[in-house]
Structures are given as structure tokens and as C-alpha cells.
Design a protein around this ligand. Structure first.
Ligand SMILES: [Zn+2]
Length: 442
């Protein structure tokens, strides 16, 4: 029997020490403590009376003293009840305890007595004497009281803090993201221009670029205008992104949805002539008006003369066999080939239909013998290697028939300017490939 009681007490103490939780349970413990009957208190009193541990004895003393000095049984009841409570629902009482008690038996004891403290105060009217007379109970209550208050204030400040954190978040949410930006990209060989529509309520716009070479988004600029020009040469694999933003109360930017486009060819027509990046386009897909053209352009001619001189310096002789060809001339030529070959299908492989010939543009010409016999000659090899230096390209390279729409012509040069000529030659791309264009008859 004695052993059993000892075990009980050890259990109580162990639980008091090991427990951990929130202080809010104390009130529950108190209410429960209040409802414990006197009979129960007697039992627990008996139990504690007979224990051999010093700590247990001191508790009992405090309990009994209280009981004796108080006229009412409330204090003894509650004190004992808490003990009962401790044994019945260890976790709950312990919770209150552990906050104050730091694994020291005495503190644990203090709190056991201190736990009912609120009850003592609530029933203050009846127990005032008890509080005054029982020094042990009073002192423990005071030690416990601040702890409980701290615990309470902590508990009350905690949600207060979170609500304070939540508040600005809620205010931020009031600043809604602006609508996605609708924008258009146009590029030349030197720069990229981006224009966009105004977004309601936007404080500004931020422009990003993703270059094909590294594939990383890079912030370019911030502006309150509706367009910008970047020193970004045309590359159909580049992507651009424009986002509108609104500033929230803390000056943080709230961005619109991400939207990006690739700088795909910005084709436009002027007087019936198609251009992309300022480069005139004429092939099987894009035609020239019948009235267009009157001869080789000045730029084309002067560039040719320069090239001719350059070739001469290398001991290579170049001359123009066929330069500008009008719509009518081309029409006559094309149909003569059709008649000769017996079908348009055959002529279409090497001769352009009227309006679709580069010769009408004034930017292209055929050199020297202008026929299959020219392929592989020193002159042809020189052109292939050097014409870009003068702003020309071999417009219909070998193996690109499906791109350009025409079979290989080592003698046909097209003026595109030194910059694009270099880009195309180095990349090995045709105009169609570089700009992502087709070359097929409708
Ligand atoms: Zn030609």
C-alpha cells in the first residue's frame, strides 16, 4: 500500500517536471478543481500526509495550514483538488506548472500550490484571511502570479503581434496588380523598339529581355513612358517582357502579369513593298508592284564598284551581266523559260515570276557568266568568300533551295548592307531563315 502511494507521488512529480504546454489550461484546471468534492480532497490529503518525501510533506503543510486557518474550506479544497487534478489530468496542471517551474522540485511545489491562486483571488471575499495568514500560500501565489500574468500577457501579445503582422499584409493586398501589358516589338540590325499600350493605374513599366545566347531574363529599364529603344540588334530568338507596376504603401512594386514575345519579324508594307527591319523583301511569297524600280540603286552600284576594285586587287575580274530588270522584262524572261522547259514547275525553280524577281528591286545583279558554268570558278569562290565585306550576300546559296525558293546561283548577289551581310554570311542563314519568312507562291 505504501509502495503504491509512493509510486503515485513519483508519478505526480515526474509529470509535473516533464509536462509542457500552454498556460491557458490553468483556468480549466481551476474550474475542474472547484468542482472536486471535499471527499476527494480528503483522499488526496491522506495520500500526501503519508508520503515520505520532504517535498510532499511541505505541500501537505501548506495545504493543511490553509485549511486550518481559513474559515472556509475553499482553499484547502482547491489546493488539494489541484493535487488531485495533477494526478487525474497530469498534462493540464503540468502545463501551468512548467512555465514557472524549471525542473526544480521546490518550484514545482510552489506552482502546485500556486496553480489555484486565481481561484483564491476569485473567491477573495471568503479567502482573504487565508491569503494573509498562510505565508507559504501567499508567497507562492505572488511568485506564481507574475508568471501567470507574464504567461497571459505573452499569450495576449502573441496574437496581437500576429494581427499586427497581418494588418499591413491586408493593406498591401488592397493594391491590386495592374493588367498585363500589351506590347509590340520591332527590330532592326542595330536596335529594338518596344511600344506598349497604357495600363490603367500603372505607376510605371519595367522592360526585360531574354537573349537567346544565355536564356536569362535581364532587367533593361524602368520608365513611365509608353515605348523604349534598346541597343539590341534583331534576333528572332530574343524575348521581351514588359510589366506594369503599382507602388504599394511601402513603395513595393506590385507587378502585372508576365507577358513576353519573341522579336519575330516585324513586317510592314510601304507603297506595296514589303520590308522587315528596313530590308526590302522580295521572293515567291512577297512581290513588288509592277511599277516598282527603275535601275540599280545608288548604294548597290557604289558597293559593287568597291567590290569590283577589291576583287581586282586580288586578281579577280567581276562585271555585271544582268542588273535591274523591270516587271515586264521579267515577265517576258520567265515565260520564255516556261516555253523552253515546257512547264512552269521547271521554270519556277530558277526563274522568278513577274513581280517576284529581286532584279526588279534594284538591289541585285548577276555577275559574269551567270550560269551553272560559273559555279566553282575562282570568281565564284572569291564572291562567296568576300562579297559580305561590301554589303552583299550570295542570295541563293547551295542547299538552301527549300528556304529561298530558288536553286543555287553563285553569280546572283543581293545588297543588304554590310551589317546584315556579315551576320548572314557568318551564320550561314538565308534572309528567309534569319527573318523566319517563307518563299512560296500562293
Ligand atoms: Zn539573278
Amino acid at each position: 500500500m505504501k509502495n503504491k502511494r509512493l509510486l503515485w507521488l513519483i508519478c505526480i512529480l515526474a509529470l509535473a517536471l516533464a509536462g509542457c504546454g500552454e498556460s491557458e489550461d490553468s483556468s480549466a484546471a481551476v474550474t475542474k478543481a472547484q468542482s472536486v468534492t471535499a471527499a476527494e480532497s480528503r483522499v488526496s490529503k491522506e495520500q500526501s500526509d503519508q508520503t515520505q518525501t520532504q517535498t510532499a510533506e511541505s505541500t501537505t503543510t501548506s495545504a493543511t495550514t490553509t485549511a486550518k486557518t481559513t474559515t472556509t474550506t475553499t482553499t484547502s479544497k482547491t489546493a488539494a483538488a489541484t493535487k488531485k487534478q495533477t494526478s487525474k489530468k497530469p498534462q493540464k496542471t503540468t502545463t501551468t506548472t512548467t512555465t514557472t517551474a524549471k525542473a526544480i522540485t521546490t518550484t514545482a511545489l510552489q506552482t502546485t500550490t500556486a496553480a489555484p491562486a486565481p481561484t483564491t483571488t476569485t473567491s477573495a471575499a471568503t479567502t482573504t484571511t487565508a491569503a494573509a495568514t498562510t505565508t507559504t500560500a501567499a508567497s507562492t501565489t505572488t511568485t506564481a502570479a507574475p508568471t501567470t500574468t507574464t504567461a497571459k500577457t505573452m499569450a495576449s501579445t502573441k496574437p496581437a503581434a500576429t494581427s499586427a503582422e497581418k494588418k499591413p499584409a491586408a493593406e498591401k493586398a488592397e493594391v491590386t496588380a495592374p493588367a498585363a501589358v500589351r506590347f509590340q516589338v520591332s527590330t532592326t540590325n542595330k536596335k529594338t523598339k518596344i511600344k506598349w499600350e497604357s495600363v490603367e493605374g500603372a505607376d510605371g513599366y519595367v522592360v526585360w529581355i531574354k537573349r537567346s545566347k544565355d536564356g536569362k531574363w535581364e532587367r533593361q529599364l524602368e520608365t513611365d513612358k509608353l515605348s523604349c529603344t534598346l541597343k539590341e540588334p534583331r534576333n528572332k530568338n530574343n524575348s521581351f517582357c514588359v510589366k506594369a507596376y503599382r507602388n504599394d504603401e511601402n513603395g513595393k512594386k506590385i507587378y502585372s502579369e508576365k507577358a513576353h514575345v519573341s522579336a519575330f519579324p516585324y513586317l510592314y508594307k510601304k507603297d506595296g513593298v514589303t520590308y522587315v527591319d528596313g530590308i526590302l523583301i522580295v521572293n515567291k511569297t512577297y512581290s513588288l508592284p509592277a511599277s516598282y524600280g527603275s535601275g540599280l540603286t545608288e548604294k548597290t552600284l557604289s558597293a559593287f564598284y568597291e567590290m569590283q576594285q577589291g576583287a581586282a586587287n586580288d586578281g579577280v575580274s567581276l562585271w555585271i551581266t544582268s542588273g535591274f530588270r523591270s516587271y515586264d522584262t521579267q515577265s517576258w524572261l520567265y515565260w520564255s523559260y516556261v516555253n523552253r522547259d515546257g512547264s512552269q514547275w521547271s521554270a519556277d525553280r530558277y526563274s522568278a515570276r513577274a513581280g517576284h524577281s529581286e532584279h526588279q528591286s534594284g538591289l541585285a545583279f548577276d555577275l559574269n557568266f551567270a550560269g551553272m558554268a560559273f559555279n566553282g570558278t575562282p570568281e565564284a569562290r572569291w564572291i562567296e568568300k568576300n562579297c559580305y565585306k561590301y554589303g552583299f550576300i550570295v542570295r541563293y546559296p547551295e542547299g538552301k533551295e527549300d528556304k529561298t525558293g530558288f536553286s543555287y546561283e553563285s553569280w546572283h548577289c543581293r545588297y543588304v548592307g554590310k551589317e546584315l551581310a556579315k551576320t548572314l554570311t557568318e551564320s550561314g542563314l538565308t534572309i528567309e531563315e534569319y527573318y523566319g519568312l517563307t518563299s512560296v507562291y500562293n
